[in-house]
Write a protein that binds this ligand. Structure first.
Ligand SMILES: [Zn+2]
Length: 330
């Protein structure tokens, strides 16, 4: 499905088969000099076909097209390697690029080790990994990337885009702001119909803290229309940011309440949180959903830990958390 959002700015809806996200929004700016495609889809046949059909309909020649990818996740980045031509520039952020440079898949080993320490059952770990779309449908080789820094600007046709770094959903996530048109291409930083997933798989990071700071950072932008990476475009920009902040405060309080029952690891905490999923019990959750849920529980646990609301207990490598006696609210 193709929609002209603004003059020369189009949205192609790329299907994500089997994913609860359903589809990804790829934005195409048609310009006399070079076209720009923002985000691409997974590296799989269904995405490639939808993209090619859309570009054909728009008369976009990939030889005259560059790319901007908001973040490293496979549903945004995975297909770009199949679309680039010899003349394409792929714009990307430094921190996510460093993850690719560090060897890509080697990062999975550290994640798996951390998931094990967080109580994720050993036998389910490999299954979770092999079902992970980032593992199955990631880019085959990373194309040459041109790094853009926070605050840098570039022009495409009538659009002058400003890069806004918004760490949280990933370490280097970047949005594109067009101040004259009052639009924000927000990737997975702000979504309207679903809550962006904030995950943590490391003791060195505190992505929820980063995410909330990034929400505050973009709150002051004048935005009439937000163009997110998934689902519907929206106009109630500041209201949505406030909703997301409220959501995470409530989630953090929920985690504190769960921990009120005694020391627990992240997997146990996740199993008692409320999830927006049809399965009636945690035991019946698909493994991939348990993975995302545990990652999200860890993001809230790390946030509460850094705020001094909870602390680690237990022995050895296993990570177990307890509530600080005087912690009441997040
Ligand atoms: Zn994402």
């Amino acid at each position: 499905m193709i929609e002209e959002v603004l003059p020369a700015l189009f949205r192609i809806e790329i299907p994500l088969p089997g994913s609860p996200l359903k589809s990804i929004n790829s934005y195409v700016i048609r310009a006399p000099d070079r076209n720009l495609i923002v985000d691409t889809g997974l590296n799989r046949k269904e995405c490639l076909e939808a993209m090619q059909a859309g570009l054909r309909e728009l008369g976009v020649d990939l030889k005259e097209t560059d790319f901007f990818i908001t973040h490293m996740h496979a549903d945004h980045f995975g297909l770009v390697g199949r679309l680039v031509t010899d003349t394409s520039t792929v714009y990307f952020n430094r921190l996510d690029a460093e993850v690719f440079e560090a060897g890509g898949w080697s990062g999975w080993d550290a994640m798996i080790e951390y998931a094990g320490r967080s109580g994720f059952p050993e036998e389910e770990l490999r299954a979770a990994l092999h079902n992970h779309p980032g593992y199955k449908y990631g880019s085959e080789g990373v194309p040459r990337l041109t790094i853009l820094e926070d605050g840098e600007t570039f022009v495409r046709g009538d659009y002058r885009f400003e890069c806004v770094q918004t760490p949280g959903h990933t370490r280097g996530h970047m949005c594109l702001y067009e101040p004259a048109k009052k639009i924000l291409l927000c990737g997975d930083h702000i979504l309207h119909d679903i809550t962006p997933n904030i995950q943590c798989w490391s003791d060195k990071e505190n992505p929820l803290e980063d995410y909330l700071a990034s929400l505050d950072k973009v709150y002051q932008l004048e935005v009439d229309l937000a163009l997110p990476g998934h689902r519907s475009l929206f106009r109630n920009y500041r209201e949505r940011i406030e909703e997301l902040k409220r959501h995470h405060r409530e989630r953090a309080d929920e985690v504190l309440a769960v921990l009120g029952g005694g020391p627990q690891n992240a997997f146990q905490v996740a199993s008692q949180m409320t999830w927006d999923i049809i399965e009636e019990s945690w035991g019946r959750f698909p493994i991939a959903q348990k993975w995302f849920a545990t990652g999200e529980a860890i993001a809230h646990l790390r946030y509460l830990e850094e705020r001094g609301k909870i602390f680690r207990t237990g022995e050895g490598k296993a990570i177990t958390y307890s509530v600080h006696p005087d912690a009441v609210h997040s």
